[in-house]
Structure formats: structure tokens, C-alpha cells
Design a protein around this ligand. Structure first.
Ligand SMILES: Cc1cc2nc3c(=O)[nH]c(=O)nc-3n(C[C@H](O)[C@H](O)[C@H](O)COP(=O)(O)OP(=O)(O)OC[C@H]3O[C@@H](n4cnc5c(N)ncnc54)[C@H](O)[C@@H]3O)c2cc1C
Length: 282
């Protein structure tokens, strides 16, 4: 009788290669709701800083056929176009089909990445201006994490203001650490010029937990408090450009506020003064 191979055989356990698979190189958790990870980048993937792609994992096997289908979701690429790896900043939704699994990623695991980047939060969708505002809530900071590491951002504008609003202070950590690392980045300083970091203004706010600046960015804009804090007169269609990435509610409110300042919505095909993208659907 031939001896049965033990089921623990490494070959039997090896997961079949995923389609469009990329390997996770780093994982960092911030809170029980937020984490970031980096992965390899397909050599053929070209994208513009600020765009998003579809990423995911294989779904559970079908109860009858046992077949598995990819479970994909839209994700902003948080790393800049020049980076040799890709970075993503993710929510953990406990009963979310994808993120209930994605949150357990470890270095060496594989993810699926469909290499078709798209999106409106790109420089091409805005007309030239002097000041660029990034308005983010929660994971909506992801496309701006890409754009504040993009030299073109500093070449195009005299001032870049990143506002990030979260409920709690710990949810601001990713953005704060990123801004610190960008300001200290010697390569960016070499490419753009010594004083590039002076152009980047960071304006974090919280809505629930006590912090030095509290409130929704929409309220701070309506009351003019943000302008007083930053020593800015206000916004105008001549000088100001804006990119918005948050919940549906934030996006709708900000559109109204920006239009009130005379800014018009742009698109890849028709650049104007501001652009908007949903940070998630729901
Ligand atoms: C253009 C675009 C870009 C996106 N970029 C990112 C990104 O960079 N990082 C990221 O984490 N997600 C991003 N999302 C959301 C993402 O596609 C998924 O919805 C998210 O990963 C949760 O997937 P899920 O399958 O676990 O749950 P889903 O079934 O997709 O979502 C369940 C519920 O969780 C809530 N939810 C989903 N995503 C978020 C979120 N990011 N923040 C707060 N609440 C959320 C919503 O209420 C939603 O109805 C993006 C969505 C779009 C449309």
C-alpha cells in the first residue's frame, strides 16, 4: 500500500496564486478602525497621484460549487506616483465583506490589484491657481497622502493646505506622521527646493474628542474661523483650488460652500476650480 501524504504537506497548503496578485510588504495599525499597508507595485502600473484602483481578496468559496470569486473595492492609492511600492490607508468595518478580512493582512500575504487607475482628484482636473486646499475626513485623506508627496503639487502652488477632520485624536495619527515625514523628506527638498515644506499647512480638527482645534471643517469655513486661524482673507476663484474627499454629506456641504466662494467643479475632461470624490459609498 502506498503511504498517504500527510495533509500538513506544505504543497497541499499552498494557496493558489491570485490573479493580479501583489505581495504585502508592511502593515501598520493605528486604531481598531484604521490601518495602512504597503505592497509591491506591478512594473506596468502607471497612475497619477490622487487616483484610485480596485483591490481585494478572494471571497469565500461558494457553498455549493466551492468556486471563489475576487472581492474587490475601490481604494485610493495613498503613495505618490514615483514610489516603487504602493500604499493604502484602510478602514476596518467589522462586518464589511472585504475589510473584515483585509484587516488581518500580514507581511508576505497577497492581495488582488486591478491595474486600472482612475479618479478626479488629480492636478489635470484643476486650472492653475495659487493656493490648493485638500479637504478630507477619515480615510478620505488617502488621495492627499499621495498628493502631498508629489513634487508637482509644490511646483504648481505657492501654498497647500491639508485639512483633516476625524472624530478622535488617534484617528489623525496617520496624517500627522505623514506630514512630519514629508516636511523632513530630503529627496523632496532636493527635487523641489529647500523651503518646499513651508508651503505645506496642516489643519487637523476633531469633532468628538477634545483637541486643540475642534469642529467640522464645514462649520469652520462658514464661520470664517479657519481663515482667521490661518491668516487668510477667504477663498476666491482667481487664487484658490480645492480637492474634497469625504462622506457624501461632507462632499455635498463643501460643494455648496466652495460654489458660494465662486469656485466651479472641474473634471479630467474640463478642468475648473475644485474636484470631489467619495471616500466611500454608504
Ligand atoms: C472612489 C473610492 C475610493 C475609496 N478609497 C478608500 C480608501 O482609500 N480607504 C478605505 O478604507 N476605503 C476606501 N473606499 C471605500 C472602500 O471601497 C470600501 O467600501 C471599504 O474598504 C469597506 O469595504 P467592505 O467590503 O469591508 O465594506 P462595504 O460593504 O464596502 O462598506 C460597508 C459600510 O461601511 C462604511 N464604510 C465603507 N468604507 C468606509 C470608509 N473608508 N470610511 C468610513 N466608513 C466606511 C459605509 O457605511 C459602508 O456602507 C473608497 C471608496 C470609493 C468609492
Amino acid at each position: 500500500m502506498t503511504e498517504q501524504k500527510p495533509v500538513t504537506d506544505a504543497a497541499a497548503q499552498k494557496v493558489p496564486a491570485l490573479p493580479d496578485a501583489q505581495t504585502v510588504t508592511e502593515v501598520q495599525h493605528y486604531t481598531d478602525r484604521l490601518f495602512r499597508f504597503r505592497c509591491t507595485r506591478p512594473a506596468s502600473l502607471r497612475f497619477r497621484s490622487g487616483e484610485f484602483v480596485m483591490i481585494g481578496l478572494m471571497g469565500d468559496p461558494h457553498p455549493e460549487t466551492g468556486k471563489q470569486k475576487p472581492l474587490l473595492r475601490a481604494y485610493s492609492i495613498a503613495s505618490p506616483a514615483w514610489d516603487e511600492e504602493l500604499e493604502f490607508y484602510s478602514i476596518k468595518v467589522q462586518d464589511g465583506p472585504l475589510t473584515s478580512k483585509l484587516q488581518h493582512l500580514k507581511e508576505g500575504d497577497e492581495i488582488i490589484l486591478r491595474p486600472k487607475p482612475v479618479g478626479t482628484l488629480v492636478h489635470d482636473a484643476l486650472l492653475p491657481g495659487k493656493r490648493l486646499w485638500f479637504f478630507a475626513t477619515g480615510t478620505g485623506i488617502a488621495p492627499f497622502a499621495s498628493l502631498i508627496r508629489e513634487p508637482e503639487t509644490y511646483e504648481r502652488y505657492d501654498q497647500i493646505i491639508l485639512t483633516h477632520t476625524c472624530r478622535e485624536v488617534a484617528e489623525l495619527t496617520y496624517g500627522r506622521e505623514l506630514v512630519d515625514s514629508v516636511r523632513a523628506d530630503e529627496m523632496l527638498a532636493e527635487v523641489i527646493g529647500e523651503n518646499f515644506a513651508d508651503k505645506l499647512v496642516y489643519y487637523p480638527t476633531t469633532t468628538r474628542e477634545e483637541s486643540p482645534k475642534m469642529g467640522r471643517v464645514t462649520d469652520l469655513l462658514r464661520s470664517g474661523e479657519i481663515f482667521r486661524d490661518l491668516g487668510i482673507e477667504g477663498m476666491s476663484a482667481e487664487t484658490d483650488r480645492a480637492m474634497v474627499c469625504g462622506s457624501m454629506g461632507l462632499n455635498t456641504d463643501l460643494k455648496e460652500i466652495l460654489e458660494g466662494f465662486g469656485l466651479k467643479e472641474g473634471a479630467n475632461s474640463e478642468p475648473a476650480e475644485y474636484v470631489v470624490e467619495k471616500a466611500f459609498v454608504g
